[in-house]
Design a protein around this ligand. Structure first.
Ligand SMILES: Cc1cc2nc3c(=O)[nH]c(=O)nc-3n(C[C@H](O)[C@H](O)[C@H](O)COP(=O)(O)OP(=O)(O)OC[C@H]3O[C@@H](n4cnc5c(N)ncnc54)[C@H](O)[C@@H]3O)c2cc1C
Length: 442
């Protein structure tokens, strides 16, 4: 491993920052990394200034002296997406998820270009921006996140989210707040609630489940549970990709009277008539609803998907995820390219918690290249999901590529137990930890 003085990955410390907000003050005020800086004149582009892009910029800026680092993203506000579920549950206000301007998180010495990358040209080692600017690079870290492909759902109209029982937590802060207004009304009146997830890879695969659990809990608290039929539609034969978690959720759904349908993929919606159309192995099935949480298919953003960076064959090719090595996040065909965060075509890891463990690995490999050395760091697929099961309770589900549960606090926070401490972590402590990550401090 190259990175001299590199703080080794310590998941427990990260989560302990999350569990005890009080620990944050000490931990976060420390300098990013007290490591020796490497002199380099490398030109490094980071495409996307979300969770992964800002965290990578912070770590590179702290370790390099003389490099030209350019961060490219047109988005002005930085949004804390894990908070959308809390907004849609009426637990936090809409502005809770706006953590500030992107520019506020850009480290000293890094240039922010407020545009999008329109074209990736890895053979030419350059990108072209939306205004037609060309940037040549020696290294690039692609951190564009993913595209919510609402257009792929026939009949879907995002401008109608919040009306006619049409909810959609993923669309953004306003949609999450509008979805809460619908849930508030729905859990008083009752009716049929339809919940689902897309058949594609998705960020935070626990979020559709959380939203279902929370809705059911509101019905109970309001004494209206008898007025509701709640149906969760799984895209395949499981409720979660990790078998033991899937089984736990199946049992909880059964206890709570949440009906489950398998192999049901939402493909069409008739908003006016409040009918969801699912594609199943037996054909199309119409399901009327009073409330629906639409979660669209997710794919790599078009400039990545339709570039040489995408997988050319295999499971990740159709949706254009980046062809990176799952342990190093380095591109398999273009060694000076890394793909980190949601855009990476790896079997697990589309969460902010994964970003936390992916970024140091990719950065260490890049620094090793610049120093003429070799990094031994590996990303093992760590993914985490604080799965809220009711107000005041959540299960901390942490797993890796092999579907092993990898609890950070064995014996203290049991992964498949509905615990108050996990709820506190999700609702109070994770946002400061996330912000610390953006600054390279967690
Ligand atoms: C409802 C919901 C609940 C979630 N819950 C959790 C949770 O409980 N725990 C958890 O760990 N994670 C959760 N997540 C997932 C987490 O937010 C993402 O996995 C994380 O933000 C991924 O980071 P990223 O940097 O890859 O993408 P993002 O943070 O989405 O950032 C991508 C950035 O790239 C920019 N971009 C896009 N295209 C281009 C382009 N062509 N050129 C330049 N820039 C571009 C975008 O503007 C954006 O700023 C949740 C997400 C949602 C939506």
């Amino acid at each position: 491993m190259l990175a001299q003085g590199h703080v080794p990955c310590d998941r427990r410390r990260f989560l302990s920052l999350g569990v005890g907000g009080a620990l944050l003050a000490a931990g976060l005020s420390a300098p990013v990394q007290a490591a020796e800086r490497l002199k380099s004149s490398a030109r490094i582009v980071i495409a996307g200034a979300g969770a992964a892009g800002l965290a990578a910029a912070a770590r590179l800026a702290a370790r390099l002296d003389g490099a030209k680092i350019t961060l490219i993203d047109a988005r002005k506000e930085h949004l804390y997406q894990p908070g959308y579920t809390l907004v849609a549950a009426g637990i936090k206000p809409q502005n809770y998820v706006v953590v500030g301007r992107t520019a506020d998180f850009v480290p000293r010495g890094v240039e922010l270009l407020e545009e999008s990358v329109a074209e990736f040209d890895p053979e030419g080692k350059r990108v072209v921006t939306s205004s037609g600017k060309t940037l040549n690079y020696d290294y690039i870290i692609v951190t564009t996140g993913l595209k919510l492909d609402y257009d792929a759902l026939e009949g879907m109209d995002v401008s109608r989210i919040g009306k006619d029982g049409l909810g959609s937590v993923y669309h953004g802060p306003a949609a999450a707040a509008a979805t809460w207004a619908l849930i508030d009304d729905f859990t008083r009146r009752g009716g049929v609630g339809v919940f689902c997830r897309p058949a594609t890879e998705m960020k935070c695969a626990g979020a559709p489940l959380k939203h279902t659990f929370i809705t059911e809990d509101y019905f109970r608290r309001r004494g209206t549970r008898g007025k509701a039929e709640l149906i969760y539609h799984a895209h395949n034969k499981a409720l979660f990709s990790v078998p033991i978690v899937s089984e736990k959720v199946r049992m909880l759904f059964r206890e709570r009277g949440i009906k489950t349908r398998y192999d049901h993929v939402l493909t069409e919606i008739d908003i006016g008539r409040r009918i969801a159309v699912f594609t199943t192995p037996q054909g199309k099935v119409e399901q009327p609803y009073d409330f629906i949480n639409v979660i669209p298919p997710m794919r790599a953003p078009d400039p990545v998907r339709f570039s040489p960076l995408a997988w050319q064959t295999g499971d990740f090719a159709a949706d254009g995820w980046m062809e990176v090595d799952r342990a190093t996040l380095r591109h398999k065909r273009f060694p000076n390219v890394f793909g980190v965060g949601d855009v990476a075509g790896v079997p697990k890891g589309k969460t902010a918690a994964s970003v936390k463990w992916q970024v140091p690995v990719a950065v260490d490999h890049l620094l090793a290249d610049l120093a003429g050395g070799k990094s031994e760091q590996r990303y093992e697929g760590y993914t985490s999901c604080p799965l809220i099961t009711r107000l005041g309770r959540a299960m901390l589900v942490e797993f890796d590529y092999e579907n092993n549960l990898v609890p950070s606090f064995p014996g203290v926070v049991a992964p498949l137990e509905e615990l108050w401490v996990t709820w506190v972590m999700k609702t109070m402590a994770l946002k400061p930890t996330y912000v610390a990550m953006l600054r390279g401090r967690a």
